[in-house]
Design a protein around this ligand. Structure first.
Ligand code: SP5
Ligand code: ZN
Length: 342
């Protein structure tokens, strides 16, 4: 399987993440990319290809234009306002405040556009987010052109990024951008299966009222886990999208026997939908030693997961999302991809 990769994804080098009440070095770090590339090479997964530039049009097909402009300007505006450190919101349009009046001041804007406070902005964030969606789109075009499967080593990840919100380490929703482009270039139906530990709230948000994208997500129960405010089983879609959103929340501590039973249920649902393309939002933060998550998958379980995904028999685009056990991220990711190829 080909891997699509860009060094520009490492241009985001944030110094801070709000973790509980402390500022720590971000879990979502550029070394994650190097570790996965090393494993792809060492294990001989296949050729590593560079990417093409697709510009902002495919981003604007799923995200709000003012949101994209905000991301482009945020770091500059923060510095120009004389604020110190990296942009972190300190106020939001919470219940009964007005969510229809976008502030002019950057300190208000970050609260308007952020859905979480852990994700600092920094100088290279917009460039890295652009590179990340170019990885996704380059890998997509390979799948569409050849019918072969492909892996897009996206970073920063995307699945928490909603129509006009960033957070959870995500800025542009790479899977949604790729799904929309697939539809715009001839696919009739796309399915997105999200196996990251966290609920893909952004992807759900973008496609919630649509029946041309089926969204399935297996994740830590939002009663206990980030993003807390979306991802329950009763969220099944709205309007035309009713029945095309499927959440599988699982309890903290879930290990592979139960997780893989749930995966099989999701694969059955996929097969019923008969999509032209499957996009897998790959998070390996389901790993037992992940520092911020609470499932208990072992490294070998990722190989079995890849084998099960193969059973769906669909043209498949794998896009990287989370996974923060940096020493094992390469092994776990390549286990999944090579399990699929076996
Ligand atoms: C793409 C992705 O996986 N994003 C995850 C974002 C999660 N951010 C909040 C995590 C809070 C975890 N708290 C556990 C603290 C352990 N020291
Ligand atoms: Zn995650």
């Amino acid at each position: 399987m080909l891997t699509f990769h860009s060094q520009d994804t490492k241009k985001r080098q944030a110094k801070t993440e709000l973790d509980g009440g402390r500022l720590v070095t971000p879990y979502e770090c550029p070394e994650r990319v190097d570790m996965i590339i090393d494993a792809v090479r060492q294990r001989g997964l296949g050729e590593i290809r560079s990417t093409q530039a697709y510009g902002l049009d495919p981003v604007l097909a799923v995200h709000d234009a003012a949101y994209v402009m905000f991301l482009e300007q945020a770091w500059h505006d923060w510095v120009a306002a004389g604020l110190h450190g990296e942009p972190i919101p300190s106020i939001w349009p919470a219940r009964r405040l007005r969510a229809d009046a976008i502030p002019d001041h950057i300190a208000g804007k970050v609260g308007y556009y952020a859905l979480a406070a852990e994700t600092s902005l920094c100088a290279g964030t917009f460039e890295a987010a652009q590179a990340s969606k170019d990885v996704a789109l380059s890998a997509l075009d390979h799948v569409l052109d050849t019918g072969e499967h492909a892996f897009g080593l996206c970073r920063p990840p995307g699945h928490h990024a909603a129509i006009d919100q960033y957070g959870g380490y995500c800025f542009f929703n790479n899977a949604a951008i790729a799904a929309q482009r697939a539809l715009d270039t001839g696919a009739n139906r796309v399915a997105i299966l999200d196996i990251d530990f966290h609920h893909g709230n952004g992807t759900q948000d973008i496609f919630y009222e649509r029946d041309d994208v089926l969204f399935l997500s297996i994740h830590g129960d939002p009663r206990q886990e980030f993003p807390f405010f979306l991802g329950h089983a009763d969220e099944t879609g709205r309007g035309a999208g009713k029945g095309f959103n499927c959440n599988y929340p699982l309890a903290s501590g879930t290990a592979y026997p139960e997780w893989s039973d749930t995966l099989d249920d999701a694969i059955d649902r996929l097969s019923d939908y008969q999509p032209d393309l499957l996009i897998v939002s790959v998070g390996v933060d389901t790993f037992e030693h992940d520092p911020i998550s609470s499932f208990r998958l072992k490294s070998d379980d990722f190989t079995d997961c890849g084998q099960r995904l193969k059973q769906a028999g669909l043209p498949t685009l794998f896009l990287m999302e989370g996974g923060y056990a940096v020493d094992e991220i390469g092994t776990n990711t390549v286990n999944l991809l090579s399990g699929f190829e076996a």
